[in-house]
Write a protein that binds this ligand. Structure first.
Ligand code: CAA
Length: 258
């Protein structure tokens, strides 16, 4: 992978940290940035030394959405032939390791959608979430109408998507869009703490748990429980299950290997 220009990639122990880094454009998500982000996510996912990934922006913006100045030149044939959004935006959904979005400032449009594609969102008290695409004469295109609605319910999602109203961090926590809100100066430390906890757990159990929770969005309750049951039973074939249960019985800390 060539050196990325629009993201900063760091490794902290077993945590991969990716910072979106286009501050002059509030981290607007252009093609180059999305390609660099996708490559960095897949590289961390393939690295056995990495257990979890934190994705963040800067204090002013996680990301203010798709790059409008780049997008305004797109034509219908081009967006179809280039598979705009489909080709680079959803790489995070392919990552098997847990991905935590650490959001400060604006998470708008595609920025909000990118955060919602992560496994959990930890918000700074400065975070603002919104789907303002209606102001541009379009609608959300990277899952916003679906994931926001599932997260916060129809009424709030409708209001945000139809009127472009932003939600502050406190409201986002009340509405279950984010797992919790922390002071802005503690955002990265808090996200790294969660990632550090994940690094002590079984990688195969974590990947399986991700799969099972994600199925809750895609299946009926009965089908989802069936999926969960077969994934749960499959874990009885793993050394980490033996280690985890033996360690409990022997009153010691488990050492998981994946
Ligand atoms: N695309 C391109 N450039 C953007 C941008 C975006 N989404 N958001 C901000 N910028 C640029 C601005 O053009 C400005 O650049 P210049 O200094 O060169 O003029 C710079 O970032 C700083 O922005 P502002 O001066 O506007 O900062 P502000 O603090 O006054 O306002 C804001 C902040 C309310 C977030 C405002 O920038 C804004 O409304 N941005 C657009 C938000 C938006 O509409 N997002 C949805 C995009 S569409 C989408 O995402 C589709 C999808 O579903 C995939």
């Amino acid at each position: 992978m060539s050196t990325p220009e629009m993201i900063i990639v760091e490794t902290h122990g077993a945590t991969g940290l990716i910072r979106l880094n286009r501050p002059a454009a509030l981290n607007a998500l252009c093609d180059q940035l999305m390609q660099e982000l996708g490559a960095a996510l897949l590289a961390f996912d393939a690295d056995p030394a990495i257990a979890a990934i934190v994705l963040t922006g800067n204090e002013k913006a996680f990301a203010a959405g798709a790059d409008i100045k780049e997008m305004k030149h797109r034509t219908y044939p081009a967006v179809i032939l280039d598979d705009f959004i489909g080709n680079h935006w959803e790489t995070v959904l392919r990552v098997k390791k847990p991905v935590i979005a650490a959001v400060a400032g604006f998470a708008l449009g595609g920025g909000c959608e990118l955060a919602m594609m992560c496994d959990m969102i930890i918000a700074a008290d400065t975070a603002k979430f919104g789907q303002p695409e209606i102001n541009l004469g379009v609608i959300p295109g990277a899952g916003g109408t679906q994931r926001l609605t599932r997260a916060v319910g129809k009424s709030k999602a409708m209001e945000m998507i139809l009127t472009a109203r932003m939600m502050d961090a406190a409201e986002a926590e009340r509405a279950n869009l984010v797992t919790r809100v922390v002071p802005a100066d503690q955002l990265i430390a808090e996200a790294m703490k969660v990632a550090g906890k994940l690094a002590t757990l079984s990688p195969i159990a974590l990947a399986t748990a991700k799969t099972a929770v994600n199925r809750a969005y895609e299946q009926t309750l009965t089908e989802g429980v069936k999926t969960e049951r077969s994934l749960f039973l499959a874990l009885f074939g793993t050394p980490d299950q033996i280690e985890g249960m033996n360690a409990f019985a022997e009153k010691r800390k488990p050492t998981f290997r994946g």
